[in-house]
Design a protein around this ligand. Structure first.
Ligand SMILES: Cc1cc2nc3c(=O)[nH]c(=O)nc-3n(C[C@H](O)[C@H](O)[C@H](O)COP(=O)(O)OP(=O)(O)OC[C@H]3O[C@@H](n4cnc5c(N)ncnc54)[C@H](O)[C@@H]3O)c2cc1C
Length: 396
């Protein structure tokens, strides 16, 4: 019987990992199935662009995996039983159970409303394709002079608010920041950011905690009411509760705790990559949820899976985080390098060059997904014949 590898999620981490595994393991021994809720690859890094009406190409996953040997199952994962090594899915064919010998969990993340009253009901977000499309429709129907308030001064909040202001100068666009805008940036990058906000006419409400969201306004901790015909919630990402419910060891926030090889510390035949994994980087700190982390964690996970299944020594690949690349509309951006303690270095790159570089990064990431086997040596190793699933779990 073939060794069944199931990859949950075909985002930045899962799509690349599935193609990579197919390239490196013999199809005579291994069967690779990827399960994804949507039939297309969603470029999450462009969803704020999608929300403003820009054309963002979506790729059919069936095209992405054509000729790779990867089986695609378009279905929603609804349950996981790591003791029985099975996954429950629901799709067009109804409910089904998939058995696996090795699982790679890469379901990513979605919006985190932090339980703020009204946020789930009234706020929009750009963390998923469907929600970004809902926002796109709402923004398109908003008349000149309407107000848009983005809640959250993280990377996605900054990218979103500048994109909205640039594409809709006729609207009144604001950002509610719990702290100081760009406090984590180097002084030069912070000044650059403030200049960009001024140029785009974005109002910033600093030290402002939103405590309730209503249809046309938000209420802050000191009782102030801020107008918001459209509130865009951008105050953090949350992972799917499925991993925690399954009994896998997870952090307080539900991310799967993995070792240096991205293997679950509680269930050795489960690996995790991308936003759903709590992985410690080479600097000893948790890797942030990001596309860059999805890249390095899926590389490490696939290297470990291939090595263990083919009886080779498990290699360690780099788990580094170099910095943040923040778009400020289509013509401006900031690239801020960080040091080993994730403190911003004094050097940063800003302006059109940084914007062009960011456009190149986005294009490269999209191209990498469309060609998931490019650059991976085609070796198609045979699996160690005697390896039973239980041995795989305990192998070093
Ligand atoms: C607007 C925006 C801008 C961003 N910009 C940047 C940036 O500039 N740089 C950067 O590094 N990061 C950025 N990020 C973060 C980055 O997109 C994520 O960290 C990255 O997508 C994580 O990759 P992943 O593969 O773990 O998850 P995802 O890319 O989210 O993929 C998860 C996949 O799993 C599928 N899935 C989820 N639940 C289920 C289920 N129950 N059943 C079946 N399938 C399911 C989803 O459909 C998706 O295909 C941005 C995010 C957003 C929202």
């Amino acid at each position: 019987m073939k060794h069944r590898i199931v990859v949950l999620g075909a985002g930045y981490a899962g799509a690349f990992a599935a193609g990579n595994l197919a390239r490196r393991l013999s199809p005579a021994d291994a069967e690779i199935t990827v399960v994804n809720a949507a039939p297309v690859f969603v470029e999450r890094m462009r969803l704020h662009q999608l929300a403003t009406g820009q054309d963002v190409a979506s790729r059919e996953l069936s095209d992405v995996f054509a000729g790779t040997g990867v089986r695609l199952r378009v279905a929603r994962v609804t349950g996981l039983d790591p003791e029985r090594r099975s996954v429950c899915v629901t799709g067009e064919d109804g409910d089904a159970e998939l058995a696996y010998d090795t699982l790679l969990y890469a379901l990513g993340s979605s919006v985190d409303h932090h339980g703020v009253p009204g946020a789930a009901e009234h706020a929009f977000d750009v963390t998923g394709r469907d929600s970004a499309l809902r926002l796109r429709e709402r923004l398109a129907g908003l008349d000149a002079g309407g107000s848009v308030l983005v809640v959250g001064e993280g990377l996605t909040g900054i990218e979103s608010v500048t994109e909205f202001a640039e594409s809709r100068p006729d609207l009144s666009v604001a950002l509610a920041a719990r702290g100081e805008l760009g406090a984590w940036l180097s002084p030069g990058a912070r000044r650059h950011l403030r200049r960009a906000f001024d140029r785009l006419g974005v109002t910033v409400h600093e030290h402002t905690r939103v405590e309730a969201v209503e249809p046309t306004r938000v209420i802050t901790a000191d009782g102030t009411s801020l107008p918001a015909d459209v509130t865009v919630w951008s105050a953090g990402f949350a992972v799917h509760p499925l991993a925690a419910a399954s009994g896998l060891e997870v952090t307080e926030t539900g991310r799967i705790v993995v070792d240096r090889t991205m293997r679950s510390v509680s269930h050795p035949d489960v690996y995790a990559a991308g936003d759903s994994a709590h992985a410690i980087g080479d600097n000893g700190r948790p890797l942030p949820m990001s596309c860059a982390s999805a890249g390095v964690t899926n590389m490490q996970a696939t290297a470990a899976i291939v090595a263990r299944l083919t009886g080779r020594e498990v290699p360690t690949t780099g788990l580094k985080y170099y910095g943040n690349h923040i778009s400020l509309g289509r013509r401006d951006a900031i690239f801020q390098m960080v040091d080993g303690d994730v403190r911003s270095k004094s050097w940063y790159l800003g302006g059109r060059t940084a914007a062009r570089l960011k456009a190149g990064v986005l294009k490269g990431a999209g191209w990498g997904i469309a060609h998931p086997t490019f650059g991976v040596p085609k070796r198609r190793r045979r699996l160690t014949a005697v390896l039973a699933p239980s041995d795989v779990g305990s192998a070093a």
